[in-house]
Design a protein around this ligand. Structure first.
Ligand SMILES: [Zn+2]
Length: 468
């Protein structure tokens, strides 16, 4: 750990801010807050040591140069790459073929849905308790075009927040995002085009993604889920079946072997309903709507409004790029593999991404309720206690009592002035506000570093990662 001169009001702690033993680049801005080229952590450490820079933000770790001349020449090209997911969105920043910064953004869509449902139920109960019977209203409420459910809109909003935030700290010149699961060319005429043998390996990945969507990610014969599925010819190839997508389905290894080269009618002779379903579903192409994800399209439109060139990629290509380079499946590596612009050989210096978890901004409830909606507990009118609020990241240097030591983490405030601090080593309770100093104000997110290193994940599989 480095000693930083006292003129730096934030003492930098690299193992906490950039994760341990990794090369996550440090974001840099000049004194007018114009983003400069991100720099190597060693360089940032030197700047801070010599007093040429101060820490602007802990998460993402950003320094501000006191001297503008220091680093403003030769601006380079940085590509921000996104893999939007329902629970987690992968974010990577690439310079040429190197991943210099990576994060995984965990959304809270599910908890939004839950709390809206609970609010609805409580209101319903309250109306029934206190008011006369009211007839149901006409269905007279319209939704604007492009309306998304709050839990989905939240995904778009938080992703955009991070795109804009990163643009403030890094001179990003282009954006890539995964827009659809499989190639749109394939959607237009999917059942006519052939399989990988005719069109190359990439088309094979697109076909697989298409089949996964069409057949619902399960074995068509036994319905098993969560196992690896094989592409299956409905009419066996040896009996003259074609490679067309309409003749393909997905089955588990067992069913595939049991079916062998039997004709489908013979294999499913005891299950006439299933036979009928497979034959009819095989022929009908997947509707466009099934492949189009409204959340991703909304995000795409919003990203286009930033004015940066936005490249879109398919899930098939992402998987193709990642598998070809033998990279483990993580959200941030998937993000780095999105789109046609992905370099043939990605250099992965980072092994642990920054984990950003959306926590929300508390609640507007004036009292806490039990599960039936009855008030059980008072809620303080002000969120601030001795100048702190829940979600602030603080550093506490405790000098007296049983808990002597230094703690850093996210706090939960208590009106008594005795706070809880969530540190990387667990929750520390009952720390007085007197010992705390704020490191970064609450911004609706919680930050940690992934405990799992992607390098070890690669080693476990007996492969040597390409970058070592
Ligand atoms: Zn099966």
């Amino acid at each position: 750990m480095d000693k930083v001169p006292p003129n730096n009001h934030f003492e930098a702690n690299f193992t906490l801010e950039t994760g341990d033993n990794q090369l996550m680049f440090v974001l840099v801005v000049d004194k007018n807050r114009k983003p400069l080229n991100p720099c190597h952590p060693a360089r940032a450490r030197k700047f801070l040591k010599e007093g040429k820079a101060v820490v602007l933000r802990r998460y993402p770790f950003t320094i501000m140069l006191k001297n503008v001349e220091e680093d403003c020449d030769n601006q380079q090209e940085y590509r921000l790459k996104l893999d939007p997911g329902s629970r987690t969105t992968g974010i990577s920043i690439l310079k040429d073929n190197t991943i210099i910064w990576a994060a995984e953004l965990n959304h809270r869509g599910y908890s939004i849905k839950q709390s809206l449902e609970s609010r609805r139920a409580l209101r319903r109960g309250r109306r029934n308790r206190h008011t006369r019977y009211r007839k149901p209203r006409f269905n007279n409420r319209n939704r604007a075009d492009g309306w998304l459910a709050p839990s989905l809109q939240h995904r778009v909003d938080t992703t955009l927040t991070w795109v804009n935030r990163l643009r403030r700290f890094c001179p990003i010149t282009a954006i890539s995002m995964e827009l659809v699961n499989f190639d749109t060319q394939l959607i237009q005429n999917p059942e006519i085009s052939g399989i990988e043998y005719q069109q190359g390996e990439l088309a094979g990945y697109e076909v697989r993604q298409y089949l996964l969507t069409k057949w619902g990610r399960q074995c068509v014969y036994c319905g098993i889920e969560g196992v690896s599925l094989q592409v299956e010819h409905i009419h066996p190839k040896s009996k003259g079946g074609s490679n067309r997508v309409s003749n393909l389905t997905l089955s588990c290894v067992k069913c595939n072997q049991r079916k062998g080269n039997k004709p489908i009618e013979q294999f499913l002779s005891r299950k006439p309903d299933l036979l009928k379903k497979v034959l009819s579903l095989g022929k009908c192409p997947l509707k466009d709507a099934a492949a189009v994800n409204s959340t991703r399209w909304t995000l795409y439109r919003a990203l286009s409004e930033t004015g940066l060139p936005v490249e879109t990629g398919t899930g098939g290509r992402t998987k193709f790029n990642r598998t070809r380079q033998e990279l483990p499946k993580t959200h941030w590596l998937d993000a780095a593999c999105v789109g046609q612009s992905t370099p043939d050989k990605l250099q992965v210096l980072i092994d642990k991404p920054l984990i950003i978890t959306a926590t929300g901004h508390g609640t507007r409830k004036v009292c806490r309720t039990d599960k039936y909606g009855f008030p059980v507990r008072y809620v303080p009118r002000s969120k601030f206690v001795h100048g702190f609020q829940t979600g602030d990241i603080v550093k506490a240097i405790v000098t007296k009592g049983k808990k002597i030591g230094t703690y850093m983490g996210r706090i939960a405030v208590r009106t008594t002035g005795s706070f809880n601090i969530a540190t990387p080593n667990g929750l520390v309770q009952g720390i007085s506000h007197k010992y705390c100093s704020r490191v970064q104000g609450k911004d609706g997110y919680q930050y940690t570093f992934s405990r799992k290193s992607c390098r070890t994940a690669v080693y476990v599989r007996g492969r040597i990662p390409p970058h070592t």
